[in-house]
Design a protein around this ligand. Structure first.
Ligand SMILES: *Cc1c(COP(=O)(O)O)cnc(C)c1O
Length: 368
């Protein structure tokens, strides 16, 4: 953490390892945990989170951005890495050079990988209803036939990303599609393909769909919202966001503070400034929520600046320059949870916390 600008995020790597173990216990030993550390490890760093989840017993890793795969390999981590569908066909050679399992998601990506000299493990992403990336039902027969013919490609498994986990009927429809693809693969002669369909919500809601491996991301990073969050005892990984006061100023009742609007102050008010703003991933416009100072809550007021947050410290005795302020996490007997922060900012946890972690200076705790 820099003294020059006190504003940082604390990433709890012991919590990440704990969450991997909790997931492994939930799915049982024969089921492998493919830990999803996509989007730069949900903003926490792809390579460092990859190392920690492997230390906690994960079987392998999944990422969606080839740069994350590159960072993991550059850090000397040799674990299996599945690269989700993410690249255009003309990137096939570069993808193959990463030393990962590539995804075939349509006939074009299949042709591109099959045209390479290099041998390569691949998985098929099956279109089962999400309507985004995946080999479509009309192409299954041809695709399995073609990958069988391609001497450089070793098809190791099928996966899909199930949509609408709150709707069991929809999950059933998608699984019927996935099963149909698996059946065709078997008819074509693929007898030992691995199957993987369980992202975080599916692990929690549909334990019968764990198959050979589960690929959970948000669960490992404690980024589930709503009733899903209570379904497993994970711990926050993006554990704290902190700053410190750089100025305190008092304004008399009846005075005017420009950024609070045109109204005169109805009471004497003390305002403190923190060097952290919407440029760090927070929001500009209200509602902006509260922070902890001396273990007490203080509201964020006005509009947040790109580099500044102003809090009303009128209710906190002895607030002074240099005092630590907690925007997420514990202080004294107080706590601001991620769910609370997300609710204030009207953003899902998986959106707001990785954004803050990615942008702010990161402090790692509990490294193995
Ligand atoms: C992100 C992703 C997952 C993991 O989803 P979570 O909800 O974070 O567990 C699984 N599969 C695919 C294809 C993904 O892109």
């Amino acid at each position: 953490m820099s003294k020059l600008r006190p504003a940082w995020v604390e990433i709890d790597l012991a919590a990440l390892r704990h969450n991997v173990r909790v997931l492994q216990q939930r799915v049982g030993p024969p089921v492998e945990v493919m830990a999803v550390v996509k989007s730069d490890g949900f903003g926490c760093g792809a390579a460092i989170t990859a190392r920690e989840v492997m230390a906690a017993g994960a079987h392998g890793l999944a990422v969606g951005n080839p740069e994350d795969a590159r960072a993991i390999r550059a850090a000397g981590i040799n674990a299996p890495v599945l690269l989700y569908a993410s690249t255009p066909p003309d990137a096939a050679a570069e993808v193959a050079a990463l030393g990962i399992t590539a995804t075939i998601h349509d006939m074009e990506s299949l042709a591109a990988f099959a045209a390479l000299e290099q041998t390569l493990d691949v998985q098929f992403k099956i279109e089962a209803g999400l309507g985004r990336l995946g080999v479509s039902p009309d192409d299954w027969q041809a695709a399995f036939g073609a990958v069988k013919q391609a001497e450089n490609l070793n098809l190791t498994g099928l996966y899909t990303h199930l949509n609408a986990p709150d709707d069991p009927a929809s999950i059933e429809r998608q699984m019927a599609q996935f099963d149909a693809a698996y059946e065709i693969a078997q008819e074509v002669g693929f007898r030992s393909l691995r199957r993987m369909v369980a992202s975080s919500n599916v692990v929690l809601g549909y334990p019968n769909l764990n198959f050979d491996a589960v690929n959970a991301g948000r669960l490992l990073f404690h980024l589930l919202d709503g009733h899903w969050a209570g379904m497993i005892e994970t711990r926050p990984v993006i554990a704290a966001i902190k700053s410190a006061i750089i100025q305190v100023k008092s304004f008399p009742a009846g005075g005017h503070v420009g950024f609070l609007g045109g109204e005169a102050l109805t009471r004497a008010t003390r305002l403190a400034v923190l060097p952290i703003g919407f440029g760090d991933g927070f929001k500009h416009r209200p509602p902006l929520g509260e922070v902890l100072l001396h273990g007490q809550r203080a509201p964020v007021v006005g509009r947040r600046g790109i580099e500044h947050t102003v809090i009303d410290v009128s209710g906190v005795a002895d607030a002074g320059v240099g005092d630590e302020v907690v925007l997420l996490g514990f202080q004294g007997n107080g706590e601001i949870t991620g769910l609370e922060l997300g609710a204030w900012l009207d953003l899902p946890l998986m959106e707001i916390l990785p954004r803050l972690a990615r942008t702010l200076p990161r402090v790692y705790l509990g490294q193995s």
